[in-house]
Design a protein around this ligand. Sequence first.
Ligand code: ZN
Length: 442
Amino acid sequence: MSRRADRCLSQKPRGECPGASPCGHSPDVREETAMHDHRKLGRELGLFDTDPLIGAGLPYWLPDGAAVRHTLEEYIRTAERRAGYRHVYSPVLGKRELYEISGHWSHYSDDMFPPMDLGGEQVVLRPSLCPHHAVIYRSRSHSYRELPLRMAELGGMYRSELSGVLGGLTRVRAIQLNDAHIFCTIDQVAEEAQAALEMIRQAYEALGISPTRYRLSLPGPGGKYVAAPEMWQRSTALLTEVLDRSGLPYEAAEGESAFYGPKIDVQVTDGAGRESTLSTVQVDFHQPEQFDLHYIGPDGAKHRPVMVHRSIIGSVERAVAHLIEQHGGAFPAWLAPTQLVILPISEAEMPNAAALAQRCTDLGLRAEIAGPEHGTLGARIRQARLVPYQAVIGAKEAADDHVALRLRDGRRLDPQPANDVLTRIGALVDAHSTDLWDSAAS
Ligand SMILES: [Zn+2]
């Protein structure tokens, strides 16, 4: 199977096996793969599932999975707003002509769903968000003072994957993409690409994941790339400068670029040792030309902007699949579907447990009660082993409005006021920390 390199934000795994365990835990590869298969874990943990009646490659998200996805999407939107991006919504369909102009139709139609005939015209499920964003940019005139103009969207896109390669969340036909396009002058490209790399670094830190490697993805032989040698030289030089200045180690790889330009790809490795692209930063001179984009310069004349395409976490599906495998289901507290499980020792403490759960909800924390009807305290603690925080309430704690907190890593803290515990958990969650407890604050 050959991999097409002509999409905006490439997501296909390459089937490479670097021969290293991604988490560095177990030397037993078979055991590691079984433990870290996101499809198995996703079903066991009630995160997502599929049904043949809906179709292959079309997973649905269960409430716990939806909680993780929603939290991840909100993290991204907040990070983007802070970095000066404005969000848009655009339709998941477009006329065939839109993709003929963008170049997708001639370079990428094998991976697109067939067009639908509708009232004398043809519409297609979009294979990327870039053409819509280019048209949105073009809908208003822009001064050089507005640049860099950063447009972001967490939007749907579609890929006609063959059913034989589908499974779990990594090879899907309906994709939710964390996408953005920065319309800027050529002089602003390096700084914008650098800032995107920094956003990626911060997101990986919060998510507790690390890149396998950085890749400068260049065109290869064959006719699937836009033929414009000078354009390729300029954009490659810009991305090389960004990588060199960042001090990150990287490798150049031919045949991995988008059809319209080179990219920086951030590679991660799954539980089975397969490497794929999660995040990407791309420079594009082609689509601004195709859509005749311009801005009014200080000289009052029209100038062509450059498009920087970038994605912090790639597709939400792939990002969550990677997070499930990376953490074995034990997500960082801010991302966990249930952040706190409340364990009343007996029926007598159930009212206190309910009141504490309500306080959590009011604070924006996701809490569940596992009462004595679910078995012994020991059994309930084991059942909730992936939940970051376990708040045990016995008769003494109930009388004092205290909880005895247990952390997922096995630490047991002395009983302390419930409000203090919730405040400290809330602070760690708000900070997107991967630490379970701020020991310095005790
Ligand atoms: Zn794009």
